[in-house]
Design a protein around this ligand. Sequence first.
Ligand code: PGA
Length: 249
Amino acid sequence: MRRTIVAANWKMNGSTEMVEVLVGGVKSGLSGLDKGVEVVIIPPALYLRDVQRHLSGSEFALGLQNAACWQAGAYTGEVSADMAADVGCRYVLVGHSERRQYFGESDEVVAEKVERVLESGLNVMLCVGETLAQREAGEAEAVVARQIRIALAGVAAQQWEQIVVAYEPVWAIGTGRTATAADAQGMHAAMRALLAELGAPAEKLPLLYGGSVKPDNAAELFAQPDIDGGLIGGASLKVDDFVRICGAA
Ligand code: PGA
């Protein structure tokens, strides 16, 4: 049995007031949720403690959106995986396409970050996905395979259980365009086969889909045999939408 995970990536959105409203709403909306779904809230780092305070007594997990390539030192403005572990996070997102696109993160930098997160004992939520141009050129699977191979090259046998992979086609993020359930399933099956080839216990690794997941498409996506949940951006900022998406998982 694989874990089912629904993660809320708030990106750079939030305020003290929003945290209170959103977390309060999600907490009460999900109070009857099937215990088989792991819900992860990934707020901006500055609000982690506030989210944690509002979540107390519930079973939600916390995540950090991005960690540095180092664990401590003179790296002004950075936050490390060790710090995320220290404040009680369970996950760190690594390689989100916005990090790759706006902050120039290469596959090699992503691989370093994966190693730091593994060292800190936390779980990696590795994001991969092709651009529209790459998809139209027929390169989607090759691009995703390269991202996975480089990012996970340093994973030791006993560390695979710390890995979750999220397939997020760049053209589907925040655009309202979603991959069809069949296309997403096809990519997820290819990723699982590749992970097995890399020595992972692939049947056990949760593979999430992200990119314009909404209440009205979540059930069909999550019903696919190789889609084990979702990484939710925009819809995670609306209590009702996020609660309904979690309910569909
Ligand atoms: P979206 O974002 O749901 O707004 O498309 C997903 C993500 O970037 O993780």
